[in-house]
Design a protein around this ligand. Structure first.
Ligand SMILES: Nc1ncnc2c1ncn2[C@@H]1O[C@H](COP(=O)(O)OP(=O)(O)OP(=O)(O)O)[C@@H](O)[C@H]1O
Ligand SMILES: O=C(O)c1ccc[n+]([C@@H]2O[C@H](COP(=O)([O-])O)[C@@H](O)[C@H]2O)c1
Length: 222
């Protein structure tokens, strides 16, 4: 039975080496037994990707084939309605009642945490671990400060003393890669090798590329 489980959600359109490094570094540095990679099916906060969620899940599986402790998780694909993270954590908490649960995210997502559905409940279900990302602050936003200030864990030991309720920030060597940048390069007919895991790239069809380049550019930081 897993004692410490990382939870890493995203549109992953496409999954790239920045995502892969975040998952690997989090697993190793936080000593997680597993990190579950969860593509959104019906993201509450952005338009659905033109790439079907099942295809984005397949890409994740290709990318993590040889990585111990990384798991492609289809629970948001199997669920109807908006893919709220709080619902995902409720399910995972029921599946792993005794485990330390750690919700992983980049600093750009962290900055918008107060806009998430029932965001204050997230810490009642899991810890948060935030990793620095080029162009966005690692500090909590003014809106989340009141709740988060007293709940910061200064080190991994402090985080692992409880199953939920704290947040922690850690740095990984920054990879200035975003799915938006990859889609822009594809739109321009450029290569994205080195940004996307080779196993995904080698499996990517013309139809995949056509779908990806229809997706909107994400806002602010990339
Ligand atoms: N290069 C990176 N370094 C660290 N974290 C990242 C990186 N790219 C994405 N993330 C994090 O991965 C999660 C999922 O991100 P998402 O699938 O939206 O990727 P993205 O590259 O930001 O895509 P898009 O450009 O379409 O918004 C978020 O928590 C985000 O902060
Ligand atoms: O639950 C919410 O309201 C919510 C709002 C915004 C983002 N999220 C989750 O945050 C994760 C990263 O989202 P994104 O757009 O950066 O790929 C992904 O798992 C989303 O489902 C969740």
């Amino acid at each position: 039975m897993a004692r410490a489980v990382g939870v890493f959600g995203g549109a992953f359109a496409p999954f790239h080496n920045g995502h892969l490094r975040l998952a690997i570094e989090a697993r190793e540095r936080l000593a997680l037994d597993q990190v579950r990679l969860i593509p959104t099916a019906h993201p509450p906060h952005r338009p659905d990707s033109h790439v079907l969620p099942a295809r984005r899940l397949e890409w994740i599986k290709l990318a993590i084939r040889r990585e111990r402790g990384l798991i492609a998780d289809d629970r948001e694909i199997r669920r109807d309605g908006p893919s709220y993270t709080v619902d995902t954590l409720v399910e995972l908490r029921a599946q792993f009642p005794q485990a330390v649960l750690v919700l992983l995210m980049g600093s750009d997502a962290f900055q918008h945490l107060h806009t998430w559905y029932r965001w204050t409940e997230l810490l009642e279900l899991a810890h948060l671990a935030v990793v620095s990302r080029p162009g966005s602050l690692l500090e909590p936003s003014v809106e989340t400060c009141a709740l988060l200030a007293a709940r910061r864990a200064d080190d991994i030991g402090a985080l692992m003393q409880s199953r939920k309720g704290r947040w922690f920030q850690f740095e990984v060597p920054m990879l200035d890669i975003s799915s938006t940048r990859i889609r822009r390069l594809l739109r321009a007919g450029h290569s994205v090798r080195g940004l996307v895991p080779d196993a995904i790239l080698d499996a990517m069809t013309a139809a995949d590329v056509a779908a990806l380049i229809q997706d909107d550019d994400a806002t602010p930081t990339h």
